[in-house]
Design a protein around this ligand. Structure first.
Ligand SMILES: Nc1ncnc2c1ncn2[C@@H]1O[C@H](COP(=O)(O)OP(=O)(O)OP(=O)(O)O)[C@@H](O)[C@H]1O
Ligand SMILES: [Mg+2]
Length: 194
């Protein structure tokens, strides 16, 4: 059974812990075990549609469910900067001037194009679900989406979209239009946009 170490983050549904023996990993524990279905879905969406594609640099690697001292948890890559620091959220990175807003917008533009091309579904593009992974001293970075991707419900429509790329692309284009409006609204509320 895997031991958990420090808690490094918390959302509405999950607590995020460092793996006690491997600092490259985090484990996400669902506070209500009934919502673990979303973590499971995240893993299966990652394995089938993200892993091995160009878009994968924008997501943590997800390894699956494991048993921990606090019950079942989702094992995934801990997103860290080039110097080993745990990557900061989008808002922290903008506020502290680690990245500038124009650079973020152009990186976002490239990410959205790639995601639509691959029909990738992101449902909750909140600033807290976005980390900025700094790749070197000169300011190169990746936008990394750590939560809120994959289908929300497993109904017939979803199954068709997962089976036919053209339907996935169509849906992805629509979702990304909404995501961008939502993100910009959130950023202007929290003052991340300068
Ligand atoms: N792979 C990761 N690497 C580093 N930090 C992470 C990682 N995943 C999550 N975090 C940190 O933990 C916080 C909560 O994680 P996450 O968004 O997965 O939880 P959640 O409960 O699903 O969120 P929500 O409230 O959006 O449902 C993030 O905002 C981030 O600061
Ligand atoms: Mg979250």
């Amino acid at each position: 059974m895997i031991e958990l170490s420090k808690m490094i983050g918390q959302g509405e549904l999950r607590e995020v812990y460092l793996h006690a023996e491997d600092k490259t990993l985090v484990i996400k524990i669902d506070m209500d075990p009934r919502s673990a279905v979303y973590s499971l879905r995240e893993h299966s969406y990652f394995s089938s549609f993200i892993a091995g594609r160009a878009i994968a640099t924008h997501f943590p690697k997800i390894f699956g469910m494991v048993e921990t001292t606090r019950g079942p948890g989702l094992l995934e890559e801990c997103i860290r900067d080039h110097d080993g620091t745990i990557s900061r959220t989008l808002v922290e990175s903008l506020r502290s001037g680690l990245i500038d807003y124009e650079a973020f917008e152009s990186a976002l533009d490239r990410l959205v194009r790639l995601a639509v091309r691959d029909g990738i579904m992101v449902r909750d593009f909140s600033p807290t679900n976005i980390l900025i992974r700094r790749k070197d001293e000169d300011g190169a970075f990746d936008i990394v989406i750590i939560d809120g991707f994959g289908p929300e419900r497993m109904n017939l429509k979803t199954r068709l979209r997962l089976a036919f790329t053209f339907l996935a692309r169509q849906h992805s284009r629509k979702l990304w239009k909404q995501n961008l409006v939502f993100l910009h609204e959130k950023l202007s509320q929290v003052g991340g946009r300068r």
